[in-house]
Design a binder for this molecule. Structure first.
Ligand code: GTP
Ligand code: MG
Length: 149
């Protein structure tokens, strides 16, 4: 089954949004297969946003991601990569639709609460960067049969 990497950034943790964000993914029917609270180093943040190296906001972005605890998660389910991105909303919160996480909770692009993998390749790389294989669990839920035909 498809998996994606989702992180609640330091602003989301500080603003008390952990439970609300997890609830949205849970209620949709997605399955949490890995979760931990981490305070990333600057070096680790640079690895995570490696593709944005050279952009003018790179230093501020990686300072921000390494400024406090982050909730790192892997969510599993049909369409979770693409749908996760829809849930999250546009990069700039003021361009995000109401009902999305960024649309509901954020204002500036540099404080946009949450990260989600943008495709299957990045999902694979980001999961491998943030988690050891043994930290990701495979398990059955009784509700699976009520979610999938
Ligand atoms: P992530 O899920 O965090 O990866 O966001 P994204 O996929 O919606 O956007 P992208 O990967 O292009 O950029 C990563 C992060 O860099 C964004 O979430 C923003 O916080 C920040 N960022 C992107 N573009 C800008 C920008 O033009 N200005 C500033 N200040 N920050 C930006
Ligand atoms: Mg991105």
């Amino acid at each position: 089954l498809e998996r994606t990497f989702i992180a609640i950034k330091p602003d989301g943790v500080q603003r008390g949004l952990i439970s609300d964000i997890i609830a949205r993914f849970e209620k949709k029917g997605y399955k949490l297969v890995a979760i931990k609270l981490v305070h990333p180093t600057k070096d680790f943040a640079e690895k995570h946003y490696d593709d944005l190296k050279g952009r003018p906001f790179f230093n501020g972005l990686t300072d921000f991601l390494s400024s406090g605890p982050v909730v790192a998660m892997v969510w599993e389910g049909q369409g979770v990569i693409k749908y996760g991105r829809k849930f999250i909303g546009a990069t700039a919160p003021l361009a995000s639709e109401p009902g999305t996480i960024r649309g509901d909770f954020a204002i500036s692009v540099g404080r946009n609460i949450i990260h989600g993998s943008d495709g299957p390749e990045t999902a694979k790389d980001e999961i491998a960067l943030w988690f050891k294989p043994e930290e990701i669990l495979t398990y059955k839920k009784e509700t699976d049969k009520w979610l999938y035909e």
